[in-house]
Design a protein around this ligand. Sequence first.
Ligand code: NAD
Length: 490
Amino acid sequence: MTLRTIDPSLLERSDAALASVVLDRLGLDTTDTFPVNDPATEQLIASPPNHSIADALTALDRADRAGKAWARTTARHRSDVLHRAYGLLIEQKDRLALVITREMGKPLAEAYGEVQYAADYVRWYAEEALRPSGNYRENPVGGSTILTTRAPIGTTLLITPWNFPMAMATRKIAPAIAVGCGAVVKPAALTPLTTLVVAEIFVEAGVPEELIQVVTTKDASGFSRALMSDERIRKVSFTGSTGVGSVLLAQAAEHVVKSSMELGGNAPLLVFDDADLERAVEGAVIAKLRNGGQSCVAANRILVQSGIADAFVEGFTERMRAAVLGNGLAEGVTLGPVIDDRAVNCFTRLVEDAVAHGAELRLGGSAADGAGHFFEATVLDRVPESSEIAQTEIFGPIASIARFDDEAEAIERANSTPFGLASYVFSENVDRAFDVADQLDAGMVGINQGLVSNVAAPFGGTKASGLGREGSGEGLEEYQEIRFYNLARR
Ligand code: NAD
């Protein structure tokens, strides 16, 4: 693969954006560091502090202290601060997008999209902070009035993955702050830089310096156990793999810490014979290639009804072929690098295994030579259920297509996974679309579209995809504790 030329002034601006990141926001003068590399070039781009467990506990002291004072501020004040933060995030979108692309790899246009999406959570929770959240009931047998209120839960531990380094951070930080909680935030070791910029901008907007404590560590094991065994942590919100989520849930269970878990997915995308072909192809490409397929809601199993299958596969393959692979900073690139070498090796293995089991390789299938972690947009058709790719979360630019004959078979296959995050249905028959959607065991269903996420929607999954919801009003409640007052009445 030959890299497209990168505008030197853009490279210079992205270097300046990286240089502007304050790596040691905790100011603990930690001498140990770890490397953060650009996945497109494998070059070192920053060396943030490798905070120890003792550092994390210092961060907890501060977030807890600041959180207690913050909880006593008015909702109007917190809302105003969040509105200011939204304005500043948008004002600094160039800087944020460049940092996202350099540390995570996604094409710059998608990084701008993430900045807007991430900032939208901040604006949404600036507004939600003001909505009434109490309740009033008369005791049914008389004698008292019951008032229900929602109080901030206390200090929170927020752990985020590398694939959406900004959106996953604001989706947790904004509701926590909106209701009056402090936060210890641990971004993924592969992409800690964006979170550091976000924290800086929150402080610029008026969030107390100590309220959001960003702990950067290379090795997270041990860290969450130490924090969760401290009784001041009252809530853990995690986005990442199901394996790590289970470990965290066990730790949370030991100390009875309220938990939200946004975990892995294995989204089915169902295309019925009566789908609008153009719409289905477009939706499937978006659901597959957004973020290079490195998304928990990515279409992981594309299931197409036999009558439309040949036309769909042809149209879909042509659209996948149009993806332009390269450094996310280069003009015209629509598919960036994947996150690391481990991912590239895994994709090579998955494609080989699928072909060995009888799948037809229609497009791509290979890693690119040279520096950077690149894998081609790939289409596999007639993928048998016995192949590994039909069972696993791919998390990359490989489309796995299989065919089905009738509705019952489609639903049965769609649900035959331990996961239940997103799913997609394409059919022009409204009755069928809703009927099938009702029977899918998933937290989210995209109907005739390949994008499900929205700040106003309760994002989250069923089964091994997690517990709790983020975004919408439901996302706010995850950071609140219910309390009632029972007032005696004559
Ligand atoms: P990961 O589970 O490896 O890591 C996520 C975070 O957990 C990172 O910050 C990591 O450093 C930290 N971590 C790892 N081990 C830990 C431990 N023992 N204790 C505490 N923290 C620990 O996941 P990833 O590779 O960063 O992200 C990819 C996964 O995330 C995929 O499975 C994807 O589906 C999932 N994901 C889910 C959602 C969702 O909303 N459901 C969104 C994005 C990603």
